[in-house]
Design a protein around this ligand. Structure first.
Ligand code: HEM
Length: 253
């Protein structure tokens, strides 16, 4: 596994239901690829993931280049689909999936915090809704909501998922709720809900290792960051081209 090769361009990864929707952002990134053909798709996708965390207000994710693209039609070997995490399952399944990638229990909780972003789409995963009210801000809101809201099974004609009792506007997957009931995961959820800095540090470390899995691109201790985040820190607006790309992304996502 891992991002090397950019095998998500070909079946079976391109047709894995767990990857549904990723082609939208891959298509948007084609514009960057056309302007900078020297970057591999594998590096481009991983770099976009790292930069977007920082751009949305999160930590700088360690990143280095060096992935290459496998030639068209390459199959990743005998490994079939179904090894990505299944949201309908619990703590034992999360451990099975993430431990084999060298991730610890603490990494599992930190990485799950990415659900502070975005939402579930019925047409893609069958689940529906968002984890936080501000889906484009990277913060510890996922953990605050997970811990402090009351979660009840949603009554609907779809797979088991949970909704918050207070607003009814937020959701959690069974795999998210599993973090609350597990005696090892729960104290880590409590830590991140209280201490955003601890979450940011652990997320950057775990996500940096995740996107470097199986690649020659070992994350460096210090990495170049998002140029737009640097502008924002100086109180300067991003260039207009960036604002346009951002608007397009929102429209498509
Ligand atoms: C812990 C195991 C995980 C499970 C079971 C899981 C499951 C899911 C599911 C079912 C969706 C909804 C997809 C859709 O309907 O569009 C989703 C969305 C998302 N996941 Fe995860 N995920 C996991 C881990 C991760 C990790 C490790 C990351 C990144 C570090 C991540 C980042 C995201 C993001 C950003 C979205 C929102 C996508 C969008 O807005 O279109 N997830 N996840």
């Amino acid at each position: 596994g891992g991002s090397d090769g950019a095998l998500m361009r070909f079946p079976p990864e391109s047709t894995d239901p767990a990857n549904a929707g990723l082609s939208i952002i891959q298509d948007l990134l084609l514009k960057v690829k056309k302007r900078h053909p020297e970057i591999s798709f594998a590096d481009l996708w991983a770099y976009a993931g790292a930069l977007s965390v920082e751009f949305m207000g999160g930590p700088r994710v360690p990143f280095s280049f060096g992935r290459s693209d496998a030639p068209a039609g390459t199959h990743r070997g005998p490994i079939e689909n179904g090894r990505l995490p299944d949201a309908a399952q619990g703590a034992a399944h999360l451990r099975e999936v993430f431990h084999r990638m060298g991730m610890s229990d603490r990494d599992i909780v930190a990485l799950s915090g990415a659900h502070t972003l975005g939402r579930c789409h019925q047409t893609r995963s069958g689940f529906d809704g968002k984890w936080t009210h501000d889906t484009l801000a990277f913060n510890n809101g996922y953990f605050v909501n997970l811990l402090h809201e009351e979660w009840v099974p949603r009554k609907w004609d779809g797979p088991l998922q949970y909704q918050d009792k207070r607003s009814g506007e937020l959701m959690m997957l069974p795999s998210d709720i599993a973090l609350l009931s597990d005696p090892v995961f729960r104290p880590i959820v409590e830590l991140y809900a209280m201490d955003e800095g601890a979450f940011f540090a652990d997320f950057a470390d775990a996500f940096g290792r995740l996107i470097a899995q199986g690649t020659p691109a070992t994350p460096p201790a210090k990495a170049g960051g998002c140029p737009f985040a640097a502008l924002a820190a100086k109180g300067m607006p991003p260039p207009p081209s960036h604002a346009k790309a951002s608007a397009e992304l929102r429209e498509h996502a």
